[in-house]
Design a protein around this ligand. Structure first.
Ligand code: ZN
Length: 241
């Protein structure tokens, strides 16, 4: 069995379409949240996730779009949340409202999927070893899938007196799954690790691979400007920040 992992699409239709084309041979796709926010195609992105039967958790932007509560967002991100809230069709809102904060998936080994962390599934950022260790301590599953940071990275517990080993995948890479591991497949629609190309992962047996793929970023950024969304959201896509 082969599963695809995506996260943080953020209403970027061109990136999502490109990644889904690349994953045509997988048996199942999992999404670690934030389907909407920042970009100009929230309905189209929710529609694709729904139509493809992609299992998805709720992200912090998805939740803010549902509730309208932007107290934890910077002013530009809040603007995008309110724009999305207005643009979103009812059936897409219902889909987002039905997303769980976490779920487990029976693969060759048990997987736990959250947007942020197992302790705080929607909000918490896991970027360094200390946070990763707390995730391992709070759970039993061998593999934990996270998103939220927009950085493709993994944390593995290695050794007898285990230490947390952090790896980054700015240009993709292969990870052999020998023990407990946290995988962040990076962001499909707004990577922030210095590489503008869409990020995603494929797991098959004990092997995970993170891929980076070019997409039509010009179209995406033109649509953001055309929708009256902040220019920063168009500019940052080209820089991968
Ligand atoms: Zn995000």
């Amino acid at each position: 069995m082969k599963i695809g992992i995506i996260s943080d699409i953020h209403s970027n239709l061109e990136a999502l379409q490109t990644v889904l084309e690349k994953m045509s041979s997988v048996d199942s796709i999992i999404c670690a949240g934030d389907v909407v926010g920042y970009g100009a195609n929230p309905n189209e992105c929710v529609g694709l996730i729904k139509d493809r039967g992609i299992q998805c958790v709720l992200g912090n932007h998805d939740r803010a779009v549902l509730t309208g509560d932007t107290s934890w967002f910077n002013p530009l991100a809040a603007k995008a949340v309110h724009w999305t809230r207005n643009a979103l069709h009812n059936e897409c809102r219902e889909f987002l409202a039905g997303l769980p904060e976490k779920f487990t998936f029976d693969f060759d080994f048990p997987l736990l999927v959250v947007h942020g962390s197992p302790m705080n599934p929607v909000e918490e950022y896991v970027l360094e070893e200390r946070g990763a260790r707390r995730c391992f301590e709070a759970t039993k599953q061998e593999i934990i899938i996270i998103g939220h940071t927009h950085v493709a990275q993994s944390f593995s517990l290695v050794g007898v007196d285990p230490v947390v080993e952090l790896r980054l995948y700015k240009n993709g890479g292969v990870l052999n799954l020998g023990g407990r591991t946290i995988i962040n497949a990076g962001s499909v629609g707004q990577p922030r690790d210095g590489n503008w190309m869409a990020s995603y992962a494929v797991i098959e047996g004990r092997r995970a691979e993170i891929f980076r793929v070019a997409y039509d970023v010009e179209s995406t950024s033109k649509k953001i400007l055309g929708a009256g969304l902040p220019q920063f959201f168009a500019d940052r896509l080209h820089a991968g920040i």
